[in-house]
Design a protein around this ligand. Structure first.
Ligand code: DX5
Ligand code: ZN
Length: 218
C-alpha cells in the first residue's frame, strides 16, 4: 500500500484564526504554506514573520511553497524560519542547483515546482539535487480552482524516471485536490497531496483529510 501524505494548504484557512485552523488539521502529515508576492503570481499572502510563528506553534512539518520572484535571494530566509521544506519555482529561479544545495546545507528539504505549461523533462538531469518535485495542477495564485487532469501524464513521466533511477525524490501535487480527484493523483504516482479548499471548505477539516487519504489508497 502506498504511503500518501496529506498537506492541507492554509491559503483557505481563516488568517485571523490561524492557530485554531492549524489545530484543526493535526491529523495531516504536513502543513502547506503558500507565500505569494504580487509579482510571480497576482496575489499576496504572507512573509517570514508569519511563517516563523506557524513553525513555532504547530507540531506539523511546515512545507513552504514560494510563489515569489527571486527565490535565490529569499528562499534561505524562509528556511531560517524553521521550515521543513522550501519549494521554489522553475519559472522564478536563476540558479536552481545552487539554491537547492544551499537549502539542503541548511537542513531543509529542497523542492522544485513546475507550472502547468512548463515541461518536467528539463529537471531530469538535476533530479538528484531535490527532495521533492511539485507538479502544479492549477495555475499558481489562488485556491479553489479546477483540477487540471492533463497534468497527470507529467506526473507519470516523472514517477517512471524516479523509479527507473531508484531516486529518493517525492512527487507533490498542488491544486484542485479533493476526495473526488485524490485517486487520480495517487494513481498517477504522487506521494504528497496538497489540498486547500477541500480541507478548509469542509465542515470538518480533519474528516476531509481522512477522506482524501482514504480515496488516495490505490
Ligand atoms: C495555489 C496554491 C495552492 C492552493 C491550493 O496557487 O499553491 O496550494 O492553496 O488550493 P486548492 O486545494 O483549493 O486548489
Ligand atoms: Zn501551494
Amino acid at each position: 500500500m502506498s504511503t500518501i501524505e496529506i498537506a492541507p494548504s492554509i491559503l483557505s484557512a481563516d488568517f485571523c484564526n490561524l492557530e485554531r485552523d492549524l489545530k484543526a488539521i493535526s491529523n495531516a502529515d504536513l502543513v502547506h504554506v503558500d507565500v505569494m508576492d504580487h509579482h510571480f503570481v497576482p496575489n499576496l499572502t504572507l512573509g517570514e514573520p508569519i511563517v516563523k510563528r506557524i513553525c513555532e506553534v504547530t507540531d506539523l512539518k511546515v512545507d513552504v511553497h514560494l510563489m515569489i520572484e527571486d527565490p535565490d535571494r529569499w528562499a534561505p530566509e524562509f528556511a531560517k524560519c524553521g521550515a521543513y521544506s522550501v519549494t521554489f519555482h522553475m519559472g522564478a529561479t536563476h540558479a536552481p542547483v545552487r539554491l537547492a544545495r544551499q537549502l539542503r546545507e541548511m537542513g531543509v528539504k529542497a523542492c522544485f515546482a513546475v507550472r502547468p505549461a512548463e515541461p518536467v523533462e528539463p529537471i531530469f538531469d538535476i533530479l538528484d539535487e531535490f527532495d521533492m518535485i511539485l507538479i502544479m495542477t492549477v495555475e499558481p495564485g489562488f485556491g479553489g480552482q479546477k483540477f487540471l487532469g492533463n497534468q497527470m501524464a507529467k506526473v507519470r513521466r516523472l514517477r517512471d524516471e524516479i523509479t527507473r533511477r531508484g531516486l529518493d525524490v517525492k512527487i507533490q501535487v498542488d491544486g484542485g485536490v479533493s476526495p473526488s480527484t485524490a485517486h487520480i493523483v495517487a494513481e498517477a504516482g504522487a506521494d504528497v497531496l496538497v489540498a486547500g479548499s477541500a480541507v478548509y471548505g469542509a465542515e470538518s477539516p480533519a474528516q476531509a483529510i481522512d477522506d482524501i487519504r482514504d480515496k488516495a489508497q490505490v
